[in-house]
Design a protein around this ligand. Structure first.
Ligand code: C2E
Ligand code: CA
Ligand code: CA
Length: 891
């Protein structure tokens, strides 16, 4: 949740009754407290003002009475002065005052010259001049007879503060006659004021309108004579005779509630003040405690409110989450609906009461249910009943589907998944899957698997049949053989046979006419084979040009052979491919089930028989015989030994010289391979080369011969040419020319001294690389001979395509020359060809003098054979070459 949301959620939770109630309670508490405090404040204030006002009035009264009583004395003495009875009257009053004990301290009489002439204290010791006093000057200089009230002054006799009330005296003629003084004791006033309890910091003051304090109490220190100029009091008395106010004391700074009064008839004011601290002491302590309590209560209420808000917020959030999850659920359910309606499967949910709680469109379509039935939310039983009436479950209406799912109503701990397939009357294959729900209902899906079934059938067929011919393939054949083997174990007379059939010369046909034609031929072969077997037999194509026939329930040799013969006959009959006639042959190997209980064994045996046919010249058949197995095993052993022969150094090269007939001397030597087998002794190439070729060893062997022969020939005298035979295998190798160049380089043998004999078979291969190799070898400078010319029926055009340096006429022609005119003619013709193409012609296999004469007569340029020398080991050939001259005599 972001910070913002956090606060927003809090804010949302605020407005609620409890919050308002809480806030109202807080307001109420504070209202009551403040109201009460306010009332208390007013009460305290009012009572303070009242008491001070009362006191102020009291003091006013008191001071007025004091002044007035003194003034009466002064006034009567004024009269006495005019009457001339001043002194006796003065003395009478003086005595009276002395005993009065009020605020009047002393009575004084001052003459016109300002000399104090009499006091209530009695006669003065020395003359005292008071003409400097303010009152004196005021009275002397004015004609008014008003009462004068002095500032507090210090009595020059008693040294105490006095407030002097004075009046002027007149002679009967109205002349200034002096001043009569009644002094009030400021100290006594102060003492009186101090006797009043105004509480701590309460104060009383009698102040002149001139601002000078005449008497005071409660103010700190002796305030008499000090000025209050600038005080609130002086401002107030100007406008109103009496009043109240609150002000900090101008002298001591203490705030007081003050009541003041102007002293009526005199320029004086009285004020009485009570300290604010004292007046409001209770109020303030109440204020503190009330507010503390109110704060405490507020806190409590707030806590309750906040807790409530928090709670509400929690609720709010839970509600929001609920809303979100509801929205999510709605979305999910919408998605689900969409999914259900757009899924390719039909789906039906049946609740524990066997009601169809949910069914999508596909289910309706796949089951072919009527619309109105769906609208009514049917019972599952109704659906099944409807289907049964429609023949869904077969003609008898026998339900393969269970009328009621067994799990309905029965709560299962673990859901059970069941599935079956059924074909609807309209041919649609449905896969029905049911999953039991834990609460007792179940969910059922319907999938149209018609297409899948068709595909499966197709795939099953493809898996068991050959795509090209439609015959059974190896897999199906194996299966059938397995079944046949089982039957054979159960029934005495159930022996059968496996015929393996290999087309002969199929490759040339394929190469000549193209693959399409080759395929066509294979299809024809398949048809012909299928036509010559019984229904119970199986014809299979195993791949390429290999076929097989399972001949069921047949054990007699005669019928096996008859079928083999028939097969060879039909396959060998000519074919028309694209308007061209073509023929192939067939080799057949037969194995009987009686000899072997296993499929693999049966195949193996038939293979051996077939192999035998092939090695014996093809286009025939053979029945498996145990002896073949032994031969096969021997061959396998040979293969193994051959693989190791090179490493073990068991190969050796023999050399046979070739004689130039015209020059009568050795022109070259042919390298011929020998295998010195540790047990079987020296083995000729014919015995192992075909095996080496089959197991892919030949090019390696050729390489070795090439290197070894070159190395040995390099040590021979003169310009003797070394001829090395190359197999088709090495000739097919891309690196052939490199190998030759490497061998020459390693032996430091000039290229012109190397002759490579390639068999006519290579020319038959029609590989494009053949000619390229031949030319590359020629460019290298080596000589190239065409070996065994005449046997493989190579076309004469080969001689045109590449001009060979030498043609070697096959031994078979030479050996027959003596008895066959034809062979002699062929040898002569080849010799002629050689002359035409500028090639040397070598007659191979010259054994007798007579043959030597015939080949010479036929025009051959060279001869090779036992007559001159058998192939001999390397050491011997060197000796032979050295005495070549002697040998020539034989020729
Ligand atoms: P080829 O190239 O035609 O070699 C001549 C064969 O005739 C040799 O047989 C030789 O011993 C034999 N021969 C020579 N003069 C006479 C004679 O007067 N009378 C009779 N009856 N035979 C004679 P060999 O050595 O058994 O070789 C057989 C074939 O094996 C060779 O036929 C050649 O095709 C192949 N071969 C031999 N050595 C090699 C080799 O190193 N590499 C390859 N690729 N093939 C080789
Ligand atoms: Ca040869
Ligand atoms: Ca040869």
């Amino acid at each position: 949740m972001t910070r913002n949301n956090h606060w927003r959620s809090w804010l949302r939770a605020v407005p609620q009754a409890t919050t308002f109630f809480g806030l109202a309670t807080i307001a109420l508490i504070w209202g009551a407290v403040e109201f009460d405090l306010n009332a208390e404040y007013r009460r305290s204030q009012a009572s303070a003002f009242q008491s001070t006002a009362n006191l102020a009035r009291l003091f006013e009264d008191q001071i007025v009475r004091t002044i007035k009583s003194n003034d009466r004395i002064l006034k009567s003495l004024q009269v006495s002065s005019v009457d001339g009875t001043l002194l006796p009257d003065f003395n009478r009053w003086a005595r009276e005052i002395d005993g009065a004990g009020d605020f009047t301290a002393v009575l004084g009489l001052i003459n016109a010259d300002g000399i104090l002439v009499a006091t209530s204290y009695g006669p003065l010791r020395e003359q005292l001049d008071v003409s400097d006093r303010e009152y004196f000057q005021v009275h002397r200089d004015s004609n008014e007879a008003k009462l004068f009230i002095s500032e507090p002054i210090v009595n020059r006799v008693t040294n105490t503060p006095l407030i002097q009330l004075t009046r002027a005296l007149r002679t009967p003629h109205g002349e200034f006659a002096g001043v009569i003084v009644a002094s009030l004791s400021a100290s006594k006033l102060v003492a009186f004021y101090e006797s009043v309890d105004l509480g701590p910091d309460g104060a009383i003051s009698l102040t002149g309108l001139d601002g000078i304090i005449r008497a005071s109490a409660g103010l700190h220190g002796n305030m008499v004579g000090r000025t209050m100029a600038g005080s609130e009091l002086l401002r107030r008395v100007r406008t109103s005779d009496s009043g109240t106010y609150v002000s900090p004391g101008i002298v001591d700074g203490i705030t007081r509630l003050i009541s003041y009064r102007l002293v009526e008839g005199f320029p004086l004011a009285v004020w009485v003040g009570r300290a604010e601290n004292e007046v409001f002491g209770t109020y303030w302590s109440n204020l503190y405690s009330y507010r503390s309590i109110a704060s405490g209560l507020t806190l409590c209420v707030l806590i309750v409110v906040i807790l409530n808000i928090r709670h509400r917020r929690g609720l709010e959030r839970a509600r929001e989450e609920l809303r979100a999850s509801e929205a999510n659920a709605r979305e999910k359910s919408r998605e689900l609906e969409l999914t259900l309606d757009h899924m390719s499967q039909g789906i039906m949910m049946i609740d524990k009461d066997a009601n169809v709680a949910l069914m999508n469109r596909q289910a309706v379509d796949l089951l072919g249910l009527p619309e109105d039935m769906i609208a009514q939310r049917p019972k599952f039983g109704d659906v099944v009943a409807y289907q049964r009436r429609g023949g869904e479950f077969g003609p008898g209406g026998r339900a393969t589907d269970r009328d009621l799912h067994p799990s309905i109503g029965a709560a299962l701990s673990t859901p059970v998944l069941s599935s079956y397939e059924r074909t609807r009357p309209n041919g649609v294959v449905l896969e029905v899957r049911s999953v039991d729900l834990p609460d007792g209902g179940f969910v059922r899906t319907f999938t149209d698997i018609s297409e899948r079934k068709r595909n499966e059938k197709k795939i099953a067929h493809m898996a068991h049949h050959d795509a090209l011919t439609g015959l059974a393939n190896r897999v199906l054949l194996h299966g059938k053989i397995e079944i046949a083997l089982e039957r054979q174990q159960q029934w005495e007379n159930e022996g059968f046979a496996l015929l393996l059939l290999d087309l002969d010369r199929f490759k040339p046909v394929n190469d000549t006419f193209g693959h399409a034609a080759g395929d066509e031929l294979l299809r024809c072969v398949a048809q012909r084979l299928a036509a010559c077997v019984r229904d119970i037999d199986t014809v299979a194509r195993l791949g390429g040009d290999e076929f097989a026939i399972l001949q069921a329930a047949t054990t007699e040799r005669e019928s096996l052979e008859a079928l083999a013969r028939r097969v060879i006959d039909v396959v060998s009959a000519p074919y028309m491919l694209d308007g061209h006639p073509a023929t192939v042959g067939a080799s057949v190997g037969i194995a009987r089930s009686a000899d072997c209980p296993q499929v693999a064994q049966l195949f193996h045996n038939a293979d051996l028989a077939l192999y035998r046919v092939k090695s014996e010249g093809r286009n025939g058949f053979r029945l498996f015989e145990p002896e073949m197995d032994a031969a096969a095993q021997a061959r396998r052993r040979t293969e193994e030994e051959l693989r190791q022969a090179l490493d073990r150094g068991e190969f050796e090269i023999f050399y046979q010289p070739m004689f130039n007939l015209a020059a009568g001397k050795v022109s070259g030597v042919e390298a011929l391979l020998r295998w010195n087998h540790p047990a079987r002794g020296r083995i000729a190439p014919d015995q192992f080369m075909s095996i080496a070729e089959e197991i892919g060893l030949m090019s390696k062997i050729d390489d070795w011969v090439l290197k070894t022969a070159c190395a040995q020939a390099a040590r021979w005298p003169g310009e003797i040419v070394i001829a090395v035979n190359l197999s088709p295998a090495i000739f097919a190798r891309a690196s052939l020319v490199d190998s030759v160049r490497a061998a020459l380089a390693a032996a430091a043998l000039p290229a012109r001294r190397l002759e490579l004999e390639i068999s006519e078979r290579i020319m038959l291969q029609e590989e494009s690389s053949t000619l390229a190799h031949l030319r590359a070898l020629r460019d290298l400078g080596v000589r190239v001979a065409l070996d065994d010319f005449g046997v493989a029926h190579s076309s004469l055009s080969d001689l045109r395509v590449f001009s060979f340096d030498k043609i070697k006429i096959d031994r078979s022609f030479v050996s027959e020359m003596e008895i066959s005119q034809e062979s002699a003619a062929i040898v002569a013709a080849i010799a002629d060809l050689g002359r035409i193409f500028g090639a040397v012609t070598t007659a191979e296999g010259v054994e007798t003098q007579r043959q030597a004469e015939l080949v010479r007569a036929a025009g051959c340029t060279e001869a090779q054979g036992y007559l001159y020398s058998r192939p001999v080991p390397a050491a011997e050939i060197r000796a032979l070459l050295h005495e070549a001259g002697a040998r020539m005599m034989v020729a």
